[in-house]
Design a protein around this ligand. Structure first.
Ligand SMILES: Nc1ncnc2c1ncn2[C@@H]1O[C@H](COP(=O)(O)OP(=O)(O)OP(=O)(O)O)[C@@H](O)[C@H]1O
Ligand SMILES: [Mg+2]
Length: 259
């Protein structure tokens, strides 16, 4: 039996688009800033399509070996061990490469033949090519704002994916998400969303990234569990955003007025 579906509030047409992408096995790119529901969306879709999801959080050291597999020493023997990507290809899972632009260039090279009509992976250490299972699909995420201009994806990579942009939901939907996720009072949810909207519009603060839905969820959880509202907002919204003391003070004042 399937376990309960992860809660995901649809923002636009992304569910429909993903279903068609899956039917056609077109690689899918989720673009958008931190905390906008990308991971939650793919968990929800994997559950909806009843497919296993394998998530890899890519970072600077993530290499194709980590994904494809490696020889390991077991007792007196050296044996081959498939990596998560190879496993996903063989068993027909959905693989989610979170923050794909962070990974080393050989990862991008490795997935090229998987993300076009060939749908195959060349395992150079085995001198072998593996064809993807018909249920296999590759999904990746990418945060365009982050470290501007530094880690970009080349057009030859990007154009292998269809892409959906994730952003902060409109106020009503975001408040509904807070209530659903945390059981916080509707009125408090509304106030938290108003605070977020206000801060998101303060572009002159020069924040690297602004208030995400994730931060609002955290603030709502703290309030729902009984932490005083002002303190909850300070630790869940203001402090995570910046270390600039003047900005912290200004944001605290603003939040205190609004909560
Ligand atoms: N549309 C949504 N439906 C339900 N919950 C949401 C939605 N958007 C955001 N959330 C809430 O925000 C939290 C953060 O979302 P998520 O982890 O999916 O963000 P993300 O885009 O993957 O961020 P990152 O880029 O940092 O990995 C979720 O745990 C959930 O509580
Ligand atoms: Mg995520």
């Amino acid at each position: 039996m399937k376990n309960r579906a992860p809660y995901y509030h649809q923002i636009g047409k992304e569910v429909e688009v993903f279903e068609h992408a899956y039917k056609n096995k077109i690689p899918f790119l989720l673009k958008g800033p931190t905390g906008t529901g990308k991971s939650r969306f793919i968990e929800y879709m994997a559950h909806k399509l009843d497919k296993k999801l394998i998530t890899i959080s890519c970072h600077e050291e993530t290499s194709s070996t980590d994904l494809v597999g490696r020889y390991i020493i077991k007792g007196a023997e050296t044996i081959w061990s498939d990596g998560p990507l190879t496993n996903a290809i063989k068993e027909g899972a959905i693989i989610y490469l979170d923050e794909i632009a962070e990974a080393r260039p050989d990862v991008i090279v490795a997935i090229h033949s998987l993300t076009d009509h060939r749908r195959e992976l060349f395992i150079d250490k085995l001198g072998k090519t593996v064809k993807a299972h018909e249920d296999f699909m590759l999904v990746a995420s990418f945060n365009p704002g982050y470290q501007k201009g530094f880690k970009e994806l080349k057009p030859s990579t990007r154009q292998r994916f269809i892409a959906t942009a994730f952003a902060y939901p409109e106020a009503k939907i975001e408040a509904a998400i807070l209530v659903n996720e945390t059981n916080v009072d509707k009125d408090i949810a509304k106030k938290l969303v108003n605070i977020a909207t206000k801060i998101r519009n303060l572009t002159e603060l020069g924040l690297a990234e602004t208030v995400s839905t994730r931060l609002l969820v955290d603030a709502a959880k703290l309030i729902h569990s009984g932490l005083p509202k002002r303190l909850a907002v300070e630790v869940a919204i203001v402090e995570p955003l910046t270390d600039d003391l003047d900005v912290v003070e200004a944001l605290k004042d603003l939040c205190n007025l609004m909560i």
